[in-house]
Design a protein. Structure first.
Length: 479
């Protein structure tokens, strides 16, 4: 499997100058901000897409925008590739380096710079964790809406790079809907500001282009994000169904009825069993599929919304309806869901896909996914953001068996193609990285890809930023 996805050939001239490059970086950064010994580089050789790894040339850990600018200016001058890195939680290989690249890690830039409650915004450095923002304003009755399962560890810079989502983004939107501005360092070291505290910035919407750029347009060092007032109340409810297709059809009908809960999360039977064994959340074990539906508002509003949802669920043969009775029970329900990836890792190696599909195709795609997995003789646990059709099949395999690993990767590719063919797309929130790079032609025409690459090249003509990612290696313009 480790040979299945190729990387760009390292630049020989850069490799030959490694000692001088390290010496030059030592002049730009204090010793504690530079990693270059082989053993110390190992933690940076991969991210959460652990099937692939490369040792970088060096790792720079700047503490400020000025230091980021100095590093980028130097690397640009000497044609040295740069791979941005947040917390390394990327599931698509977005932060995997290459041998001729300097990894630019933002973990030391972890300060909340400003909390502006009158304008309901926060200004944070890119290394601040997702959850830290909500915790910093919780006492004042606010929160930051995007909540990926890795929110305890993942950072805002990485969230912006991949346009991350989360369970509660059905109602509140993903990162791009909650991002108002960034400070960004371009490939040549120039520092620019996009957006700000205003709800609508002047000029072209370059912020929309930057959110989801996967570290290929520049290095985001600071972000201005939207803060949202906490609801009066929130209540998760468990809905158990006989089969995944019935649960999928229920989700489609709930959204078609104009009902937008704050979250609709899906688990099939394998995922239910895995998460329940880990979190003891009280999930029903006698069902084939489970929906976690959370509503919010006043007690009367929640009761009315749930009455409508229950009526739709009964039309789809719901077996179990279990309302949360306490804050402790609610926390356990979400602990089980947010622990799904880690809990699955206790029992097997896995690849996590994140294609998206129209809700009307959800039942069809779930059925076809099962057929694909059976064809390859594998197992799968489905747990995903059902309300916006963001699939997360966890394909289980044995990483120590090359044939098993190859089957898992082939099955994942077939599932992603299925999502595209059903009217969806290759990625909802994990990004393209290296994982889906060679599938881009399944979704886009050559003209589409050329236009996207032209936009990328306008920011980085030499393709120095995260160069092996996103776009197929063949057919790129000459750097």
């Amino acid at each position: 499997m480790s040979d299945a996805i190729s990387f760009l050939k390292p630049r020989a001239d850069v490799l030959a100058r490694r000692a001088q490059i390290v010496a030059d970086l030592t002049d730009l950064l204090p010793p504690e901000c530079l990693v270059h010994e082989a053993r110390e580089l190992v933690p940076f050789e991969t991210d959460a897409f652990v099937s692939y790894r490369r040792l970088p040339l060096a790792v720079a850990l700047p503490r400020s925008t000025a230091e980021v600018s100095a590093i980028m200016r130097y690397c640009h001058r000497y044609g040295i590739p740069v791979v941005p890195r947040g917390a390394g939680t990327s599931l698509s290989g977005g932060a995997i380096p290459q041998e001729d690249a300097v990894v630019l890690g933002l973990s030391k830039m972890n300060r909340i710079l400003e909390i502006d409650l009158p304008n309901r915004v926060a200004v944070v450095q890119a290394g601040v964790t997702n959850l830290n923002i909500s915790e910093s304003v919780s006492a004042e009755g606010f929160f930051y809406a995007p909540d990926p399962s890795s929110q305890l560890a993942c950072t805002i810079g990485g969230n912006i790079g991949m346009n991350s989502g989360g369970a509660h983004c059905l109602k509140y939107g993903v990162t791009t809907n909650n991002l108002l501005g960034v400070r960004m360092v371009l490939v040549d070291g120039t520092v620019i500001e996009l957006g700000g505290k205003a709800l609508d910035a002047a000029g072209y919407d370059l912020l929309g282009l930057v959110c989801g750029h996967e570290g290929q347009l520049g290095i985001v060092t600071e972000a201005t994000v939207r803060l949202i007032a906490k609801p009066e109340g929130a209540r998760p409810v468990l809905f158990g169904f006989e089969a995944s297709e019935e649960a999928g059809a229920c989700v489609a009908d709930v959204i078609a009825a104009g009902i937008i809960p704050v979250a609709i999360e899906f688990m099939d039977k394998p995922a239910i069993e895995i998460c329940e064994a880990f979190a003891h959340a009280g999930y029903p074990l006698d069902v084939g599929a489970l929906l976690i539906v959370e509503v919010e508002g006043s007690e009367a509003e929640m009761d009315a919304t749930l009455t409508d949802i229950v009526a739709i669920a009964r039309r789809h043969g719901v077996k179990t309806v279990r309302e949360c009775q306490s804050a402790t029970e609610a926390a356990l329900i979400w602990k089980g869901r947010k622990s799904a990836f880690g809990a699955t890792g206790r029992i097997a190696d896995y690849i996590c896909m994140d294609g998206t599909v129209p809700l009307s195709q959800l039942s069809h795609v779930l059925k076809k996914t099962a057929e694909i997995i059976d064809h390859y003789g594998l197992r799968v646990a489905n747990v995903f953001h059902a309300g916006d059709g963001n699939m997360h099949p966890l394909i289980l395999f044995n990483a120590n068996d090359p044939e098993d690993a190859a089957r898992a990767e082939a099955a994942g590719n077939d599932i992603l193609k299925l999502c595209v063919d059903a009217g969806g797309c290759l990625t909802g929130e994990h990004g393209v990285g290296i994982e889906k790079r060679d599938l881009m032609r399944h979704q886009y025409s050559e003209a589409d890809l050329a236009q996207q690459m032209a936009a990328r090249a306008a920011f980085d003509p030499g393709w120095l930023l995260n160069p092996s990612k996103v776009f197929p290696l063949e057919g790129r313009p000459a750097a």
